[in-house]
Design a protein around this ligand. Structure first.
Ligand code: PBG
Length: 324
């Protein structure tokens, strides 16, 4: 693409209308998914100190909160349970009367149109905080898959709209698809956390879900230094039957997003994680950046890189800002 020396880029930047007409990337309420943290056996919402503005909601207030989110224009939520019934394998997560199943039922009953997604992992339900069954100091892949199969079927029976496994076990998509199909839930899509890095950006999330976790997830989450493996992880999940792929975290991994996008025709999601949220909040509180502009620019970057869906704690703010 060459242009004459007389070409002037600024011609199309002269007026707001021209700039709007020629704008390539646009954000809308249809882009966003809001994470919600729900705790059982508490009376009042609990503020998460490292994530100003984000609360752990009591289970008893979930219905009300889901209605509020819907009224605010956000159409999709992803649920994280904060369990008081933790054990070594996270069995509460597949109990049909357990916290996760109950949250799904409450959310779907409150607003049937809301897209309700379950974060399918074990770290919020295990007493050690690992994302599965621990054998010889490491998460055992295949026994975790068996539990994951029970978990997703329990979620499906509770009425979940989409399954989102975040544990980074090998073979998790094939195992989930098989379990859902066998139980008659062939219509439920799977959004895989397909390329998820072992990242320091999840720091505040650990407070959010009250995790006792110590150590690393380096034997299951991916090394940020391996871009080839990052692509292969997502391609594997596509081959196993994932309906939507995901990269997590977001801003530090735009190259990975763009690369995966160029290799798939599936929708691609990104998780703008707790640490990214906390950094913007801290910068804004210190008066060194403008929060709204920074968030909108960040979301634009995700879409520019190739994302179709964005999971972000800013979802409600974004919809409000975009309305103006
Ligand atoms: C659980 C899970 C994590 C996040 C989402 N699902 C934490 C982790 O993997 O350690 C992080 C979300 C965030 O930081 O906002 N597997």
């Amino acid at each position: 693409m060459t242009r004459t020396p007389e070409f002037r880029f600024r011609r199309l930047r002269c007026t707001q209308v021209l700039r709007d007409l020629t704008q390539q990337i646009q954000l809308s309420a249809n882009d966003f998914i809001l994470p919600l943290f729900i705790e059982e056996n508490i009376e009042e919402p609990v503020a998460i100190e490292s994530m100003p503005g984000v609360m752990r909601i009591p289970e008893t207030q979930l219905a009300q909160r889901v209605q509020q989110v819907w009224d605010n224009g956000v159409k999709a939520i992803i649920l994280f349970g904060v369990s008081h019934n933790k054990d070594a394998c996270g069995s509460d997560s597949w109990d049909e009367e357990g916290l996760l199943a109950r949250c799904i039922k409450i959310a779907k009953k409150a607003v049937p149109e809301m897209l309700v997604i379950s974060d399918n992992c074990f770290c919020e339900y295990t007493d050690h905080g690992h994302c599965g069954v621990v054998v010889n100091d490491d998460v055992d892949n295949d026994s975790t898959l068996e539990n994951l199969q029970k978990q997703v079927v329990s979620c499906a029976k509770a009425g979940v709209d989409m399954i989102a496994p975040s544990g980074m076990m090998d073979g998790m998509i094939a195992a989930i698809r098989e379990a859902l199909d066998e139980a008659g839930f062939t219509h439920i899509p799977v959004m895989s956390y397909s390329t998820k890095f072992a990242s320091a950006f999840y720091g505040p999330f650990r407070e959010a879900v009250d995790s006792s976790f110590k150590g690393t997830r380096n034997t299951y989450q991916q090394d940020p230094a391996n871009p080839r493996e990052a692509l292969a992880e997502s391609m594997q999940d596509e081959a196993e039957g994932a309906d939507i792929l995901m990269v997590k975290p977001g801003l530090a991994y735009l190259d990975v997003i763009a690369n995966i996008k160029s290799h798939t025709s599936l929708p691609l999601a990104v998780y703008h994680v707790s640490g990214e949220y906390a950094m913007i909040k801290a910068g804004a509180a210190a008066g060194v950046i403008d929060e709204q502009s920074i968030v909108l620019e960040t979301m634009t970057a995700f879409k520019r890189a190739g994302c179709d869906l964005i999971i972000t704690y800013y979802a409600e703010d974004l919809v409000a800002w975009l309305k103006k």
